[in-house]
Design a protein around this ligand. Structure first.
Ligand SMILES: NC(=O)CCC(=O)C(=O)O
Length: 274
């Protein structure tokens, strides 16, 4: 990351979508929303988890693609066309010799170069009375974090359920991270109780911006996504928030001065006892 003493200010956008099973429709929606976010001045755009296909987990493999497949190619082109950094949500990535896929998020730079690659590490295996999901049956976990130094500051990636695991950001050299991008398909049930508090906690304890782009609405497996995409600053202040039930782009100014100020006034990262 460049020196954080600079006073860079730039606009981040989180895109909220209700992706379904029609990949072409989802990709066109994403392309349209990326174009709108860029027209609003965003230099970093974050899409939601599984933005190109949100259906039954058991059907993910059928819709999986390689890292140079049509989804990655179109997102690379969108980043280049609009000259933005793009966290292309996540998509099901084909794995050699494995029936399972990876839940993979790519980061492209404004030249269309792939900077970051993150495969979801923590998989959503839960049994609530009315939400039963066993992601690890269909998705293999990733095992590497991703942090990319960029002219906007260091960008780290995580996906949805990862939000519940503070050890993921804590495993990074946080002094090199300005923003955590979080594509998500967080459920309405768990989101109402935990979404905002977890995002603000991760922002406060790690003293970074969190840009969380969620799905909204119901998808084919009957699960309802929570919406309420959020952008939160290192003090835990909510800079922008979406509604729970609409396609939306939220934007906020990211001030690296603010990051430096919070880290100087309350240097908790230097007070850790590991
Ligand atoms: N797609 C996911 O990882 C969902 C995570 C979620 O809803 C949660 O409560 O955690």
């Amino acid at each position: 990351m460049r020196n954080l003493t600079m006073s860079d200010r730039w606009i981040a956008a989180a895109v909220q979508m209700n992706a379904g099973e029609d990949k072409e429709v989802n990709l066109q929606t994403a392309e349209r929303l990326i174009a709108e976010a860029a027209a609003q001045g965003a230099r970093l755009v974050v899409l939601p988890e599984l933005f190109n296909y949100l259906g039954r987990l058991e059907d993910l493999a059928e819709h999986a693609e390689s890292l140079d497949g049509p989804t990655a190619t179109r997102m690379r082109q969108a980043a280049q066309k609009h000259e933005i950094f793009l966290v292309a949500g996540s998509f099901a990535e084909l794995r050699q010799g494995d029936d399972r896929v990876s839940n993979t998020s790519l980061l492209f730079d404004p030249q269309g170069k792939q900077l970051g690659l993150y495969r979801k590490m923590h998989l959503f295996d839960i049994d609530l009375p009315d939400v039963h999901v066993h992601e690890s049956k269909y998705v293999a976990p990733g095992d590497l974090p991703s942090v990319c130094p960029t002219e906007l500051g260091g960008l780290a990636q995580a996906i949805c359920y990862d939000l519940r695991f503070p050890e993921l950001p804590r495993s990074l050299n946080l002094r090199e991270v300005a923003c955590l991008a979080l594509p998500a398909a967080f459920t309405a049930k768990t989101g109402a109780a935990h979404w905002e508090v977890l995002i603000r906690a991760r922002a406060i304890e790690n003293q970074l911006f969190v840009i969380a782009a969620n799905q909204f609405g119901r998808y084919v497996s009957g699960i309802q996504s929570y919406g309420h995409s959020l952008i939160v600053d290192p003090w835990g202040t909510v800079l922008a928030a979406a509604s729970g039930d609409a396609e939306e782009i939220i934007t906020a100014e990211i001030s690296l001065d603010k990051l430096r100020e919070v880290r100087q006034h309350m240097p908790t990262l230097g007070h850790r006892r590991i």
